[in-house]
Design a protein around this ligand. Sequence first.
Ligand SMILES: *[C@@H]1O[C@H](CO)[C@@H](O)[C@H](O)[C@H]1NC(C)=O
Ligand SMILES: *[C@@H]1O[C@H](CO)[C@@H](O)[C@H](O)[C@H]1NC(C)=O
Ligand SMILES: *[C@@H]1O[C@H](CO)[C@@H](O)[C@H](O)[C@H]1NC(C)=O
Length: 411
Amino acid sequence: MKQCKITVFLKDLSIRFRKEVREGSLQATTTVVLCLSLVSFVVILAMFINNNVKKYLVSEDYSYYQLATVTPLSSRSPYPYFLCSSFLSPPSLQPLQFPITSLRDWVTPKELWHSMNDKELLWRASMVPHIDEYPYNRTPKVAFMFLTRGSLPLAPLWEMFFKGHEGLYSIYLHKSPEFTNQHPESSVFYQRQIPSKPAEWGRATMIDAERRLLANALLDFSNERFVLLSETCIPVFNFSTIYNYLMNSNQSFLGSFDDPRHMGRGRYNKRMRPTVTLSDWRKGSQWFEAHRKVAMEMVSDVKYYPVFRDHCRPPCYMDEHYFPTLVTKISPELNSNRSITWVDWSGGGSHPARFVRKDVSEAFLNQIRNGFICTYNGGITTVCFLFARKFHPSTLDPLLRIAPGLLGFRS
Ligand SMILES: *[C@@H]1O[C@H](CO)[C@@H](O)[C@H](O)[C@H]1NC(C)=O
Ligand SMILES: *[C@@H]1O[C@H](CO)[C@@H](O)[C@H](O)[C@H]1NC(C)=O
Ligand SMILES: *[C@@H]1O[C@H](CO)[C@@H](O)[C@H](O)[C@H]1NC(C)=O
């Protein structure tokens, strides 16, 4: 650019000079003045250019951008006119601002709170990378998703459970919005609450809450397995056992079966046809565990959700039918069809048994831990349940007493 202007100027000068010589009217003093002004002009020009070059070097962002787009033209360009015009209207010298955070911040958001609405959140969470290999060291985590009405009375037991396993789990809390109590800063539950909305048992709002939990947890690309838990749930094994059980399983654990009785098939509504037929219809526990792949399907479904929302209303309970049927329709081979959260229905009735202080003993917990037979990765095992529910707040004391020995929690 600079050469261009200098050339133009010198050409102009030499033409005038030669013209004056030809006319024979050249005075020695004029020559001296002219030469002096030429020298000072060149000096000023050099300073200006030098200053500009410095700016290129000092501002890194700018230099990358500029060097990449403009530099190749500066010396050997076949289009010198472009050079001149670009000099006449120089690009803005403001450093370019790239509002791009590091990949780490994007794949593992530190802040749980956000202003996305459900539609935006589900869409954002439904994104799947097309390159299988991660460009960073990914340690798979288990997402523990607590769907609660209010507080977590058994929190001290969970604190004990998680202790020493940082980096292998993520916690998400969905609470009724009227409960604003915060967990102390020292707690694993501190600031783990996601933007929540009221959820009613058996209604679509309950499914919305579960999908909201899944979607928030999916935003962290390290989360591999997703467990839904309530405030009455307890772990019946230590963290490493539960972590390995889930990570090594090639299936998800969503209870799903065909119940021929009126509380099963009897809840099916013919208006769901043809999207959902009676032979598709499944029932199962609300408390699921899902692999990332299945979790992705659960937040991305736009085909079955509206059918259930419109046609599964009490006495059809959406939280007992929607996911069990959806997974059977979409990826039956990825589901074990059994839940890993134990609950006692043996008393009959429409509610399972609730356990209080006097019910808790080592024998009782051992029965849940090893008293069943089921399949795991195609083999037979007696470890069928990793969690149990409904534990009243009064069970906390005996549980805290038994846990270190029986469950091997670090205290
Ligand atoms: C779970 O149920 C689905 C649908 O009925 C079936 O295709 C699948 O084989 C079942 N999985 C197991 C492990 O039994
Ligand atoms: C899970 O692993 C078992 C044992 O290797 C195998 O028989 C089964 O087909 C696998 N299931 C899936 C869905 O990959
Ligand atoms: C966790 O439990 C398993 C058995 O379930 C046991 O072998 C292991 O030692 C326990 N881990 C700790 C840290 O206590």
